[in-house]
Each structure stands twice: as structure tokens, then as C-alpha cells.
Design a protein around this ligand. Sequence first.
Ligand SMILES: [Zn+2]
Ligand SMILES: [Zn+2]
Length: 314
Amino acid sequence: MAIKNSEIRKAYLLDKYVIITPGRAKRPRDIKEQTVINRTGRCPFCPDQVEDYAKKHKDYIKDKIKSEDGKWRVMAVANAFPAVTLDNDKAYGTQEVIIESRHHSRELSSLDVRHVEWVLRMFARRTAAISKNENIDYILCFKNQGSKAGASVVHAHSQVFATKILPPEIHEELGLAQSYRVKHKVCAYCDIIKKEMPGERKIYEDKWVAALAPYASEYHYEAWIFAKRHLDNITQLNDQEFRAFAKVYKLILEKLNALDLSFNVFLHQVVSNRDQHFYMKIQPRDSVWAGVELGSGLVINSVAPEAAAEYYRE
Ligand SMILES: [Zn+2]
Ligand SMILES: [Zn+2]
């Protein structure tokens, strides 16, 4: 049963609150937004341009995943305009771009499951490579798609941002997860999966992954995908788990594509911390945060997660 009246809900762990206002919910087809980004000039992520740039810049190409024909399908390259670099003590870190396909205008959701899996495997390969640097404490893999999500290039790509600072919110969540384990003798996220899967916020479940619309969703159609095994980062996924993640990730992207929503994707991971539980957050950027959100920190979400999960399950 979907809720009828507004409800203030607290996030599972963080001290964050959301007001779910189903009375104001709009039907999916009513919230179509036009995401049109025009191509200007030459695309830096098209194969010929990448190779051109690599000839002039040493160490530009970081990694490639090739298919049977020997051509790369997913490529990791250095970010040409990084905010943090390994030669700057004052803003130490590294940034990379993962070019998700050779095709200029194909979105990730339109690629086959095997290809989506290559993208996830590239996240794992780059996380493994970058985490060898002991000065790096945090590796964020993310994707912005659509203009509202901050994407600046239309060619499908994700990014990796690694730094020596563990962001405060991750640090806080880490502490709360640790306290939860001490108190309940079980991982908070393993518990969330167990409690949510039989319920109406479940999006998808198989032997390896569990996807849900979080209880206190901050965004319309927010979706989280968990590894069912208790793992702290993407490098630990096995073949079946990679495949299962690719399958549900693609399903969610197709559903968001049908609504024409811009979105952000984040991998929630901390390398080598047994209190962490690896999951993927998909946050559509349909709602515009205004006075209440910016002034009070409380977020109003007019699409109840129960309704969002139902949309994904349809
Ligand atoms: Zn391109
Ligand atoms: Zn767990």
C-alpha cells in the first residue's frame, strides 16, 4: 500500500530527514523533461580524438577493455582538466574519465548487458590500480548524465575522483555503520537488505544483488543496488555479481531513460574497511531543491519510494 499522507522520514543511518509528500506526486509521464545537449566542436571522447590526444600526451590512456575484434570498448583516460593532481600537495589526488563506448551518441542504457558489465569492470580495475597509492584514502566512481546532473560532454562517460581526504559524509556514515555493528552485531546494510527485500520498496532481487528505493529517498526515483555478499568495494565482486549488477543497472537506466531524467550515479565504497558494504546509488535530478531544502536541510520528495519501486518493477 502506497502512503497517502505526508511523512517525515529519517535516513537509515545518517541524521538526514526527508518529507515524503505523495499528495503532490506526479505521474511518471507528466514529468518528462527535455535533456538536449548540443554537440559543439570536436568530441574529446570519440576514438580518433582520443588517439590523437594520446600521441601528444604521455600517460593519457590508463586502461582499455577490448572485445574479441581487438578494438577497445571501454577506455580509462586521465581527466584533461583535473581539480586535484598527484603533484600538488595542496590539492592532492587524481581524476580519470571512463569512456563508456566508441559511439558518440549511444547512452549507456542502450548498450547490451555485457557492455554495461565492462564499464563496471573498469571501475573495479581503476579502483584496484589507484588504491595501490597509499596516499589515496578515498576513490569515488561516479557518472553524471544529462544537463541537470552536471554532465558537460554528451559522449557516454563516467569518472573516477580519488583524493587523500575521506569526505565528511562518508566519514560520518562509516562511524554510524561501525556503531550499528557494535550495537546490533550485524552490518547495517546487510540488515537494510534483509528488512527491505520482502517489502514494497524492493526494485529487484536475485541471488547476488538487491535493489531498492531507499526509505528516505531524497530524489524522485532514487535507487540503490547492493551486493548481497558483505563486500567493501567493487574490486571484490565475482563474475556472477558483476553480471547481476550490470543487469539491474541497465534496467534502472532504461527506466530513467523512459522518463528522460538526468541522473547521478555513485559507488559507495571504501577500500579495506570491513564495516563498509558496497552499493551503487542512482539519484535522478528531477526535483529542484529550493527554499525548504537549501534553508532547512530538509528535503521534500513528492515521489514516494514505494511508488518509485513499483515503477521499476513494472
Ligand atoms: Zn564522441
Ligand atoms: Zn553488509
